[in-house]
Every structure is written in C-alpha cells, then in structure tokens.
Write a protein that binds this ligand. Sequence first.
Ligand SMILES: [Zn+2]
Length: 459
Amino acid sequence: MIQLSFHGGAGTVTGSKHRINVNGEEVLIDCGMFQGLKELRERNWTTPPFDVATFKNLVLTHAHLDHTGWLPRMVHLGFKGKIYATAGTRDVAEIILKDSAHLQEEEAEFRNKKGISSHGKALPLYTVEDVEQTMPLFQTVEYGAWTQVSPSISFRMVDVGHILGSAAVEFKLVDGGRTVRVLASGDVGRYDMPLHPDPEDAPPCDALLLESTYGDRDHVPERPEEQLLRVVKLAIDSGGVVLIPAFAVGRSQQVIFVLNELFRTGKLPRIPIFLDSPMGINATKLYVEYASRYRFDAETLRGGVCTLYDGGVKTIKTAAESMRLAELKGPAVVISSNGMLTGGRILHHLKNFLPNPRNIVAIVGYQAIGSRGRMLQDGAKELSLFHEMVPVRARIEDLKGFSGHADAGELMRWTKHVEPKKCFLVHGEPQAAEFLAQRIRRERHWDVHVAKLDETVDL
Ligand SMILES: [Zn+2]
C-alpha cells in the first residue's frame, strides 16, 4: 500500500505538507507555515492528523517559510526525527526560521501588552529556542545522490533553480514487488533568470506532485533586466525613490545583481541602493559564500569573486538607520522586506513613500490574497498602515519578469519528458490549479487531480 496525503499547500500556496506512507513507513515532504488569510493562519495552531512526536523522516524542497515555517512548531510538539535537505536549504532555513521565531515572539509580546489576545495569554507559535532545537536534526544531502530513508523509501534531489538550495525531490518507493517513482516539484524556478540556474528537467515518474502557483498565467515576455531598467529610469527622471518590497531570500539578491549589471554596463548611472532587511543581508552573505563553492550561475563570478556586492550596496542594519531613510532624497532604490507587505520595515517606508507621486513601488514577487501587496496590484487608492489610511499616490509597477515561480508554459517545459500515470496539482489557489489542470488534460492527456486539504489518495 502506498498512500499520499496533503496536509497543506492544497487549495492554497502556503502550508505545504505532503505525506507519503508505504505500509507504515512514512516521510513528510516539506513542513510549511500557513500564511495570508486569518482562517489559514489559524491552521498553524492545529495538529495535522499524524503522530508528530513519533514521526521519523522529513524532506525539504527549499527553505521558504511556506515550505519550512512549521518545522519549529513540529519540534516544539515533540518531533525528533531527521530533516533531509541540501546544504543551501539548511543554511537559508536557519536564517528564515530564526527571523520567523523572532516575529512570533514579538507578536505575542505585543498582543499581551495591548491585551488584545482572544484566548487569554498570547503565546508564540514557536520561539528562537525551538529553532535551536530544530537545526541539529538536519542531515544534508548532495544534489543527485540517492539517500535511503527507510527500507522502502529512498530519494534524491533535482535542482529546480527557485532559490539557493532549492530542489524537486524524486522518491523511489518499494511496495512488495513493485517500485513506484514519485516526483514532488517543490517550487519550480524559471529559465534564463539572473543569478539562479535553469531548472533541471523533471525526471520520469509514476506520480507527479506539481506546484501550480502561476498555473493560470504566462509571464510577460519582457526580461526582468528591461523592466527594472525602465522603472529606475522613471525614478531618475522624477527624482523619486524606487521602493522594492522583496522576499529576503532570492528576489532581493536578483534585484541587486541586476542593478549592479545595469550600472556596470553603463545602462544606468550609479544611484544609491539600500538593502534594508537584516534577513536579506544575511541571505546575501550566503549567496556570496555559495557562489564560489557551489553549483551556481557562473555569471555571478568574475575573477573568482562574487559580483553581488559590486555596486556598493548600503546595508541597513538597525531599526534607527531604517527610520532615517524617511528623509532619503531620490533617485535611489530601497529594497526592504517583507515581500508581501504584511509586516516588517517595509511598512514604515510605505507610509513615507506612498503619498508622493514621484516615488515608485515596484512589486517583484507573488502577492497572496489578503496581502497589502495584492491590494496595490489591484489598484488600491489607500492602504491601512499603523491604524491610519495612507493615500497611494506613488506609481505602482508590477515587475512580473522577476517572478521566482515557473509560469504555466515553463511548468509544461519542465515536465516535457515526464509521463506520469497520475498528476496531483498542489501549491496553487483554486483558480490557478484548475486552470493548469485543464491545460495539462488538453495538451498532455494525463490523469490530473487538484489536491484537497487533508485528502489521502492511494498510489
Ligand atoms: Zn518558494
């Protein structure tokens, strides 16, 4: 008996948790946090329908919070098993999880101080101490090398170029006399992108778990370099600030890398770049470190030196320095987290920069339903910030070229050598997943199923 269960990342792009069960031997693929709408976030407080404390094995596709953010909670609830990941994923996860724990602790403290908790004393979902208990459970694996998890389950990592360390996971499952190959895509990156390598082709499999974040769209053909060039030129003309809400890991580094290339090749005059995200600064250090010793896009290396910091990016470490950016005169670029404008230092910058029509907010990543980023994309005329309505007079630019997720066409390209007996669509809002399901049925004639939350299927 081989079963597959979806405990997150089904009907939503957050909370990814998929469980494989081969006659009682189990492995969990990813352990993400639910984010966005309140009803989703509240799911982080429920326990999935398996025994967390005795669970033995977990494999991570990559370090983003929607794939790792529930790990410390799982450890808090007694998990002591192994967490398999690439070295890049482990190192990035440490940064992301510690930041997440700090936010959880701060939020609980804030609620207690204000007395606004609806369930008595507010508690953090997990603490930095829980993260410290989590990190020693990691076992790093190389791309391409098979690892035996239990007698019937083995896996290997396939590079998908989404962020540093990211992978799709190919499983070999043995059930009596038959072997079943399951491929979990994780988040699939894109082709010809700055900084990140192209995804390796999906290997053949019997069952495919495919992400569908952008299943209902094809990205605009304009290159990210061209889009950024256009937007920064506008700011140079108007003397404004380009505020880029960036995901601290991956997108921030791509934006910096592209800006530096535009400066270096003389396409843009050098203007100040500020990286105002402690997590982004730490992640950039990791990118620099990995560029020189790890499989990585060769473009980032010149004379053996990583070019990420070529243009003299100013890193903003303290909150006080961040507040001082309010007096910043353009033209300048400020990259700050978090990427969906749901919290972090970016909120102060929005309050300062949104009311001025000279400024530009350049969106470079996926914006979930309910996030302020999605509201700006949808043309909001004002935004609620710090209990105050702030008018949106700045220009809003949606730089879709920077998306870190394959679009529908790229997902089709990635899977061109695959002929699965069954394809399960995960990690997509319902409309995107349904749209992709129809396209795959039409073009490939596969048996496609859109995964539902807490559903179990037999393979
Ligand atoms: Zn991701």
